[in-house]
Write a protein that binds this ligand. Structure first.
Ligand code: ATP
Ligand code: FE
Length: 355
């Protein structure tokens, strides 16, 4: 079964072809960072315009790369139904609906975070996680610790009370005056932290530990901490690079520490409820951060020397937005002969508990 999938919930225009034998036949991601760096963030109207310009080319390239014929070989069309920016989502949905109706193919609307959550069931095969597993989804719009009970049954164990971790990386990167890499501001911050330093780094005030001991996230205090420091010292142009790097590292350390602490609390909660967990999956754009990966691996090894959890991360290019995950998350429904009506509507706000 070959699925053509389209994803346009945020700033990347994506199209992919995946088959039911787990082969990724095409994965096209057209990024808009150049446009957004100009505005200092995702500016909805410009994101919609970019999707409108890029979508036909993303779809054409995905089909060309897959070497499949859309009439003869594509068996179903999937798209991201939500959550996300309504104007952006509608570009992908309309493309998917028009193709499906014109070609008489079944159509399925997918939950974006279900896509992120199920990616490793595709990429870790044959050692894919077994249900129930824990999944930490850390992205631009979400910070979620989920108990995945099946491919469509998720329970939220923790979420953020304010900002997402990804958005906080983006804002801190901007406050420090970092130039975006082609993977965006969060990636720029990671690279900045990883650069060698020549002398002892200057000390910066310690970061707070919000919601300590509680199974809930909060990142706004980290963000304010950096804002206050930079304001007190006259903004990024006035603060020397060594101090900015020390601050960036202290932020990254604190943010990852916050994620670690809640992950352990989540594992403890499952233990107390006698839910046996063997697999932990971390995905979403922030999961492409290599420092975070190393820290989580050693944190789990440290936590329990007797139980060996199997921790997995999709490859970095499938942690950030892509249409492969949308195709894959639709697959079990196509294979069960399910489909959505061509009149299906978007769900820009949509809880993953409500699939
Ligand atoms: P959502 O999935 O919640 O709708 P999104 O789709 O916009 O949000 P993703 O594409 O999954 O988000 O992830 C993008 C986020 O990941 C951005 O906030 C970005 O800064 C962050 N990010 C990407 N690479 C890194 C990195 N190496 N280190 C830290 N953060 C990163
Ligand atoms: Fe995403």
């Amino acid at each position: 079964f070959n699925v053509l999938a389209i994803e346009s919930s945020a700033d990347d225009t994506c199209a992919a072809v995946v088959n039911s034998s787990r082969r990724i036949l095409a994965n096209v991601v057209i990024k808009q960072h150049a446009v957004h760096e100009e505005f200092g963030g995702i500016y909805p109207m410009s994101a919609i315009n970019s999707h409108q310009q890029n979508m036909p080319y993303a779809i054409r390239r995905a089909l060309d790369d897959s070497r499949l014929d859309i009439v003869k070989d594509i068996d179903g069309i999937a798209f991201t139904r939500g959550p996300g920016m309504p104007g952006c989502l509608s570009v992908g949905m309309n493309a998917a609906k028009s193709l499906a109706a014109a070609l008489k193919k079944p159509l399925i609307g997918v939950h974006h975070m279900q896509g992120h959550a199920l990616t490793s069931t595709l990429t870790s095969w044959p050692n894919e996680p077994k249900y129930p597993f824990l999944t930490l989804l850390i992205s631009g719009g979400h910070t979620l610790l989920l108990l995945a009970k099946s491919n469509r049954l998720f329970e939220i164990l923790a979420t953020t009370r304010d900002e997402s971790v990804g958005r906080t990386f983006d804002k801190v990167s901007k406050l420090l005056g970092l130039k975006w890499t082609n993977l965006g501001p969060g990636d720029a911050l990671e690279k900045f932290c990883a650069e060698e330093i020549e002398v002892d780094h200057p000390s910066v005030p310690p970061f707070p530990r919000p919601l300590h001991g509680q199974l809930s996230y909060s990142f706004s205090a980290f963000h304010s901490h950096v804002t206050n420091f930079m304001n007190e010292h006259g903004g990024h142009e006035k603060v020397d690079i060594l101090t900015r790097r020390a601050l960036a590292r202290a932020f990254q350390t604190a943010a990852v520490g916050h994620l670690e602490e809640k992950l352990i609390l989540g594992i403890d909660l499952c233990k107390s409820k006698n839910i046996h967990i063997a697999d932990i999956v971390v995905s979403g754009g922030v999961a492409s951060n290599q420092y975070l990966r190393k820290r989580l691996v050693s944190c789990l090894a440290e936590y329990d020397r007797h139980t060996s959890y199997h921790l997995s991360f999709p490859p970095p290019h499938l942690c950030t937005d892509n249409a492969v995950m949308i195709a894959w998350a639709s697959m079990h429904r196509f294979l069960a002969n399910e489909s959505d009506p061509y009149s299906i509507e978007l769900r820009p706000k949509w809880s993953i508990e409500d699939l």
